[in-house]
Design a protein around this ligand. Structure first.
Ligand code: PEP
Length: 249
């Protein structure tokens, strides 16, 4: 059975005190639920956030990691370092990493292999740009992103993967894919995985939607049969909106 997940991506927002306040308020307002709740603070907040939330059903995850285990890579963080502060999951391939930091499918394949080698779970982000959708190339772009970075891993390693479909044109823009557009793409992603790895793996992988998810649009998105939750940017920065999204699933 695939899991329902709501994951917050804080990007480069919130210092230590702000993170602390957020988790105190989140813990006070959290109700029992079968949904897995994840939050990705900045690197500097990981250890403290992990300590603050370790007795609650909140998983602290990282926003990125390097593809090597160690070395002369100034400013970078390895899977082992993340694990040493309690982190078991990382976001890979976020469109902001692809766009602003030049991450390619080839580099992401190395990160994927490194994560698996270190038994690190990951949320793998894919998504087309507006020009791809306007040119009707969106399915090809998504298929290639999957193929180039994920499709050489072995069947047994799919247990480490959650896929996040995040159309680039909907991230931080206020523009959301319609529930029908999102469902169409999620179904395509599941079918593409099934064609290579079979139905069982495809049916068990959680596929999250990301792109301006808010309390107002979450319910309709979550009603779609192939949408298993959300990767949430802006609306994960406030406990009130994050909780409403969790309650919508
Ligand atoms: C994201 O950062 O993954 C994201 C989906 O951002 P937003 O919800 O702000 O569009």
């Amino acid at each position: 059975m695939r899991k329902k997940i709501i994951a917050g991506n804080w990007k480069m927002f919130k210092d230590l005190a702000e993170a602390n306040d957020f988790f105190k308020e989140l813990i006070e307002n959290l109700h029992e639920s079968k949904t897995e709740i994840m939050v990705a603070p900045s690197f500097t907040n990981l250890w403290h956030s992990f300590q603050t939330t370790r007795d609650y059903p909140i998983e602290i995850i990282a926003q990125n990691m390097h593809e090597e285990n160690y070395g002369a890579f100034t400013g970078e963080i390895s899977a082992e370092m993340l694990k040493s502060v309690g982190i078991q999951r990382v976001i890979l391939g976020h469109s902001e990493r692809r766009l602003f930091f030049g991450e390619t499918d080839e580099q992401l394949k190395k990160k994927v292999n490194c994560a698996i080698h270190n038994e690190m779970h990951f949320i793998f982000c894919i998504g087309e740009e507006l020009k791809d959708r306007n040119a009707n190339h969106h399915f090809t772009v998504i298929k290639n992103q999957l193929k180039n970075s994920l499709f050489e891993i072995s069947e047994k390693d799919w247990k480490y993967i959650v896929v996040a479909y995040e159309p680039v044109w909907a991230i931080g823009t206020g523009e959301t894919a319609s529930p029908e557009q999102a469902q169409e793409m999620h179904q395509f992603i599941r079918k593409t995985i099934a064609n290579v790895y079979g139905n069982e793996i495809a049916e068990n992988v959680s596929i999250l939607y990301g792109g301006s998810v808010k309390p107002e649009n979450a319910k309709q998105l979550f009603q779609q049969s192939d949408i298993d939750g959300a990767l949430v940017g802006g609306a994960s920065l406030k406990v009130s909106s994050f909780i409403k999204i969790i309650q919508a699933i």
